[in-house]
Design a protein around this ligand. Structure first.
Ligand code: KG4
Ligand code: ZN
Length: 338
């Protein structure tokens, strides 16, 4: 068809190597290779992450082309993650993108990873249901927790950030302390289903629309260390209730701030994006609060919550519509936030 526009997206900002092919916002393939090697260290080791990206990127590209049944020569645009992220990891993806664009003689565009998380909400879904501008987006990932007013595809106003740890980090660090492994979010989410939130922890007191999770993490760790002095099997005897209580506390903080923000600003549509937006309790709790307040809630499919190249492709598509292309001498941006 004449109006096809094929984008090849490349994501390599942290520990997931991903390549996607989309036709505008319609995902034809989205291959993600998660680097399980980091599990044994309880977190991502940057040097190992770069080497794994080097190893994975060609097989992941081949699989993405195969699954989409698209010939590499038919691609119209290469879109890659420019930052924020781990510099070594970003260099692998950006160098690969530049080489491909040069070889195919097609344009390329660089994408901000956080904006791409926001754009993931516009990936085609079965219901054809998308938010209208302006909407409020809660970005919750392993490195970021932000509340952003989205006025247009490329017009954002950040109104809240985390002052210390991100929400995903709170899941990951407490999971590591409990000996549950990395990434902690999905593990805690699963175990919580068999438990109840019977333990209470200190709540952060943070003004405005900012967040803080470091105090909560310390309160959880102190509480468990104290209990362990009385009962050395405290963790194993209470693991499900501990997970449920941790998850409940993190979700309560996120939901309260987000709903307050939407009420204060009179914004009726809320999106949650990023790895933690896959959390079942967060979705449930926000859903019921949105029903009470007559807000519309949107979240991406699970595969588009955690890091993926489909969101990089669609974000690149919005750049293309704005005629925002990159030069070959563009250097990566390894800031920690946008
Ligand atoms: O967006 P993402 O893949 O990477 C970053 O950009 O950081 O997010 C990764 C984070 C990790 O902290 C992981 O524990 C968390 O998302 N996560 C979850 C769930 N699935 C992934 N947290 C809570 N519940 C989940 N089901
Ligand atoms: Zn991410």
């Amino acid at each position: 068809m004449d109006d096809d526009f094929l984008i090849l997206g490349i994501e390599s900002s942290c520990d997931d190597t991903s390549v996607a092919i989309t036709n505008k916002n319609h995902v034809l393939s989205n291959i993600i290779s998660s680097q399980l090697v980091h599990n044994q260290y309880g977190g991502v080791v940057p040097e190992i992450a770069s080497r794994e990206h080097m190893k994975n990127i060609i097989p992941v590209l081949k699989k993405a082309l195969e699954e989409s049944k698209i010939d590499l020569n038919k691609i119209d645009l290469i879109s890659y993650t420019n930052g924020p992220g781990l510099s070594g990891s970003l260099i692998v993806g950006s160098s690969f993108a530049k080489s491909l664009a040069q070889t195919l003689s097609i344009p390329m565009t660089d994408v901000d990873h956080m904006k791409a998380h926001i754009h993931s909400i516009f990936l085609k879904n079965e219901e054809n249901r998308y938010p209208n501008f302006p909407f409020l987006s809660l970005i919750v990932s392993g490195g970021h927790t932000q509340l952003v007013i989205v006025n247009d595809y490329n017009n954002f106003k950040k109104i809240g950030i985390t002052l210390d740890d991100a929400a995903g980090e709170a899941f990951d660090k407490t999971s590591k302390f409990l000996g549950l492994g990395y990434p902690g979010g999905p593990i805690i989410d699963n175990l919580s289903k068999k438990g109840n939130p019977i333990f209470k922890f200190a709540k952060p007191k943070v003004k405005n629309y900012d967040f803080s999770f470091s105090g909560l993490k310390t309160s959880i760790i102190y509480f468990i260390k104290k209990e362990l002095k009385e009962n050395s099997k405290f963790i194993e005897n209470n693991i499900n209730d501990l997970c449920s209580s941790i998850q409940h506390s993190i979700v309560e903080i996120l939901v309260k701030k987000t709903i307050k923000c939407a009420i204060d600003l009179n914004i009726k549509q809320i999106c949650i994006v990023g790895g933690v937006s896959a959390n079942s309790h967060l979705r449930e709790k926000l859903n019921s609060e949105c029903t009470v307040n007559k807000f519309d809630l949107f979240y991406p499919k699970i595969n588009y919550c955690t890091d993926n190249a489909a969101m990089i492709a669609i974000s690149g598509y919005f750049n293309h519509l704005n005629k925002k292309f990159s030069d070959l001498d563009k250097v990566i941006d390894s800031r920690l936030s946008f």
